[in-house]
Design a protein around this ligand. Structure first.
Ligand code: NAD
Ligand code: GLY
Length: 371
């Protein structure tokens, strides 16, 4: 069964459809957006052999022609060279201002395609067909698009909302289990930051969801998108509340930098889960949330077979001071002040700059000693 989440952003409003079998329905769902029956698709070389034929069939069933470019899979593709390649290809394909570009892939393809669409002919519409759990619950929704530069991740980009998001939960069946679990880090983040009931539901249904239960996957993706949509509608360009979505991310970005953005050591979603646990631990140390919350979340991550501590990251890590310095380089730092998303309990996150540096250092030192 397909469920729909609406993102109420005035003339940039759009729907997110969530359910199985949506690739086959892509033509019918996209047709209302088209002024002529053709779309240009950007995807990656891993996703293309798995899902491009399914998308083509879904579009052709409604008489929509499709051309596609597959870029190399992986984070390194979010660069200037691949962006230029994508934009030149879209121009080769004679994509016009009224046409629609489609992203079929994970967050890498979604972010790059969205940015290409934002700058092509000063902005064309695009549709997200996210193929990873992380992309279905996070990166395909909310309009943050961009690429990485030698200065860091996501430093060049634009807010450009998609016109439609199709989250086909069947597509997740081909995702390697480690990538699925990494995406789960973002799912559980929503429960922790704003919905204790959803968190409790995940504690009960997380294992079934990981094992492939489609109804559970549909519910988790739909509730996550609903929560992101609510926050984005309140604060589209991150002047305030949208920062709540960064629960766990200040720690995560430092750990990603410390591991050289090497996915073999740490995937983004794994870092988010570990970062959320550190944020809960920090909140408990500051007397803000119940003392049992961190161990409750740690137990859930272990039950899921997910990374839960610094001990689960292979290879050397730098000192606590060096990690704190890396946290200071996060682009969410304001006037040199570290900003944290902390919590008053599961489901009650808030943003603050009022965190003693020494408490963070002690926390990181203890986390490193546990390795
Ligand atoms: P990804 O796009 O690199 O996908 C992970 C891997 O899975 C890739 O190798 C890909 O080829 C493969 N894959 C994708 N779908 C598959 C499928 N169905 N079956 C088999 N393999 C599949 O990574 P990701 O984790 O989806 O996204 C990470 C990116 O998202 C980062 O660049 C991050 O910055 C970005 N991001 C953006 C936002 C945002 O709001 N825009 C939010 C969070 C993350
Ligand atoms: N992933 C964080 C955001 O979209 O704001």
């Amino acid at each position: 069964m397909t469920e729909t989440v609406h993102v109420p952003l005035g003339d940039r409003a759009y729907d997110i459809h969530v359910g199985p079998g949506l690739l086959a329905e892509a033509g019918a769902r996209i047709a209302p957006l088209l002024q002529r029956p053709r779309v240009a698709v950007l995807t990656d070389e891993t996703v293309a052999p798995l899902h491009l034929d399914g998308l083509r069939a879904g579009l052709e069933s409604q008489g929509i022609a499709m051309s596609a470019l597959a870029l190399p899979a992986g984070e390194a593709t979010k660069n200037w060279a691949q962006l230029a390649r994508a934009v030149e290809w879209l121009l080769d394909e004679r994509v016009e201002r009224r046409d629609v570009v489609l992203a079929l892939g994970g967050g890498v393809i979604g972010d790059l395609t969205g940015f290409a669409a934002a700058i092509l002919r000063r902005g064309v519409r695009f549709v997200q067909v996210p193929t990873t759990l992380l992309a279905q619950v996070d990166s395909s929704v909310g309009g943050k698009t961009g690429i990485n530069t030698r200065h860091g991740k996501n430093l060049v980009g634009a807010f450009h909302q998609p016109s439609l998001v199709l989250c086909d939960t069947d597509i997740l069946a081909t995702l390697p289990p480690r990538d699925f679990l990494a995406g789960y880090g973002e799912v559980v983040k929503y429960g922790l930051l704003g919905d204790a009931d959803f968190y409790g539901w995940l504690e009960a249904h997380g294992p079934a969801l990981a094992a492939g239960d489609l109804a559970a996957r549909g519910h988790a993706v739909r509730r996550s998108c609903e929560m992101k949509a609510e926050i984005v509608a309140r604060d589209e360009t991150e002047q305030g509340d949208r920062a709540l979505l960064n629960l766990g991310h200040t720690f995560c970005h430092a750990l990603e930098a410390a591991t050289g953005y090497d996915g073999a050591r740490l995937l983004h979603g794994e870092g988010v889960a570990i970062g959320c646990l550190l944020a809960l631990d920090l909140s408990a140390r500051l007397g803000l949330c119940p003392q049992e919350d961190p161990s409750r979340f740690a137990a859930h991550l272990r039950l899921m077979g997910a990374k839960s501590s610094l001990a689960d990251i292979p290879g050397d890590l730098p000192s606590a001071e060096a990690l704190l310095d890396l946290m200071g380089q996060d682009k969410k730092v304001l006037d040199g002040q570290l900003r944290f998303v902390l919590t008053r309990g599961i489901g009650r996150a808030f943003v603050t700059s009022d965190v003693p540096r020494d408490t963070v250092l002690v926390l990181l030192n203890e986390a490193l000693e546990g390795r």
